[in-house]
Every structure is written in C-alpha cells, then in structure tokens.
Design a protein around this ligand. Sequence first.
Ligand SMILES: Nc1ncnc2c1ncn2[C@@H]1O[C@H](COP(=O)(O)OP(=O)(O)OP(=O)(O)O)[C@@H](O)[C@H]1O
Ligand SMILES: [Mg+2]
Length: 352
Amino acid sequence: MTNITQEMIEDELAKITLGNKKSILEANIVEGISHKDGHIQISLYANKSNIEEIEKIGKIIEKKFTTIKGVMSITAVLTNEPTKEEKSKKLSKDKSVNKIEGVKNIIAIASGKGGVGKSTVSINLASAFSLIGKKVGILDADIHGPSIPHMLGLKGKPELNSKKKIVPFEFRGMKVMSIGFLVDEDQPVVWRGPMVHSAIKQMATDTDWGDLDILIIDMPPGTGDAQITVSQHLPLNGAIIVSTPQPVALNDAIKAIGMFKKVNIDILGIIENMSYLLLADGTKENIFGENGAKEMSKNLNIKFINEIPLDKKIRESSDNGVPFVFTELKGQINEIFTSSAKKIEKILESKL
Ligand SMILES: Nc1ncnc2c1ncn2[C@@H]1O[C@H](COP(=O)(O)OP(=O)(O)OP(=O)(O)O)[C@@H](O)[C@H]1O
Ligand SMILES: [Mg+2]
C-alpha cells in the first residue's frame, strides 16, 4: 500500500488554486492536516464572505484525494477563520513545532530583484558571524540558480549519516547546504511549485546542522514558491532585504517586503548593496543613486543595517571561492560586514 505522508498531502493541496490563482496553501486557508493510515482530514478556514468558495474547495479536495492510491478516506471540514491576532499566535506556536533541531536563529536573505547581491551578502554575513564566534550554517534556497557552491568553492554530493540525515558541507567551520550539491550543474531542472516546496523543506529539515547560533538562508529573487515555502514552513526569525539603490530595485524590494509582511514574517532590516564606488582619493561615487534604500527604510519604518560598496575585490573573492570577509580580515569592507552581523545580532536579541 502507498504510504500517505504529510508531504504528499501538502503537494496535492499546493496544486489546488483559488479564483485568484493562488494556491490554497499560499492563501493560508488550510488550518491543519491530520492523517493516519491513509485516513485524512483537512480543515479549512472560512469566514462569512468566502464560505461558499471554501465549501467548493472542500469538495474539490475530497474529489481529488479519493483518486489517490493509498487514501482510505478523506474529509474536508470548515473552521471559523481566526482574527489576525489569533492567527499570529498560532503561527508562532506552529513555528516551535517545526523547529529545526539545534538551530537557534534562522534568517532569510531576500530581494525583489535578481542579481542585487543576496548570495554575496549571505556568504559574507555568514563569514562575519563566524569570525565573531558564532556557529553558522548557510542554506542556499536558490533552486533555480544556486551560487553558493561556486562562491565557497565547494563541489560534490553530500552523504547521509547513520540517522539518515544529510551531512552538510563545511567551509571554515560553517555548515553549508545547497540544492547545487544535489542536482547536476549542467542539467537544467524545471521546478514546479510542489517540488520547490519539498526540496527546500527537505534541505532545511533533513540536514544535520548540529548546533547553530544562526542559519542564513540565501533566497532566490522575487516572491515565488520558494519564498512562500520558507516563510510558511520554516521557523524564520525574519528576513533581511538586500537592494541596490536604483528605483527599479527599490520598487521590487518593496514588493518583497509586502509579501513577507503578508505572511507575518518580520523584516529585520535592509542592506543596501553596491551603494557606491570608493575612489582612490577616498571619495564615494554613487553610481546607482544616493540614499535610496535608506529613504525607503525610513518610509517603511524598517531598520537600515548598512551600505556595502561596489568593489572589484568582493566580486573576485566570490569567484575565487572564498568570501571577501575571509580574504581581508581587516579594513573598511570587512568592518561593514562585521558591524552588519553585530547589528543583526542585536536586532534578533531585541525580538526575543
Ligand atoms: N558589493 C559588490 N561589489 C562587487 N561585486 C558585487 C557586489 N555584490 C555582488 N557583486 C557581484 O554581482 C554579481 C551578483 O551578485 P549575487 O550573485 O550575490 O546576487 P544575487 O542577488 O544573489 O543574484 P541572484 O538573484 O541571481 O541570486 C556577482 O557576480 C557578485 O560577485
Ligand atoms: Mg543568489
């Protein structure tokens, strides 16, 4: 008999969409899933205004699951949608349930636009945390274009330990896991929503991270399936938004911030990357404009963490497989990453 798992059920639910094309998982209408020996019960939130639509969804779920091998019975029940306050309480309760063993804090490094430097910021922040004595993990959740293996000069396939957990790679004491270790570099993988969901969840929860003070998740750009999985299924402390100073990047950053807020994820702060070019005489040239992200953070009431200059050595160090922070242990840029790590540490403490 096919064993029905939580993951299979979630994958099927993720395929069911509402009128607005959002999956019912994404739209947060699934209150809970319980299953035993192929008997499944799914409870759905409904309120006065959407009860008819949710009832229909319930019927669709029942019809769909009846055809799945191994399903002995399926019932969809409606429950009263809780108020916003009750919802956020439930979310924090769920988070403790899903806790990744041994991992104290989890932060996502996200952006609206691609190529603004999330991966660069992730590895350098991670390195800075490590150099101030923290136990650090890096999870590359960019399933479409994982760049962490390249940036840390790591290659190969991870092994499983006796507990059937994935043994993460290590870079100078930091634990590293990336989808890049699991798929072939030159083989394009077309990921659908549910696959994105299970790949990220599996990497996060099936990796033997050991004891970590902080796990840094390098996100793909935008507000798609990966963001939804990470925000809804991992116990995130919050997200750091990376943006470059020009208006197009800032507009996309605002969208990403909106998405995280909608799913009750705190925005811990904003980092502006490629803020300026440091000229030989010590002056700054603001190639992409000035103070864009700073202004944005003020307007949105979000902490501004730091500005990081555009510097050839930052790019070169990443391409050489060693984060800049490890290549220059002193100096202005190292100081910027170190102070960013310390600021984030303070922000995390203030939220306890
Ligand atoms: N401050 C910087 N100075 C110089 N080069 C940088 C800086 N930040 C990032 N880069 C370079 O810009 C490129 C894009 O950076 P990165 O891959 O970190 O962006 P990303 O936001 O993770 O991209 P994607 O959205 O594709 O995941 C890389 O070649 C990186 O080395
Ligand atoms: Mg990246």
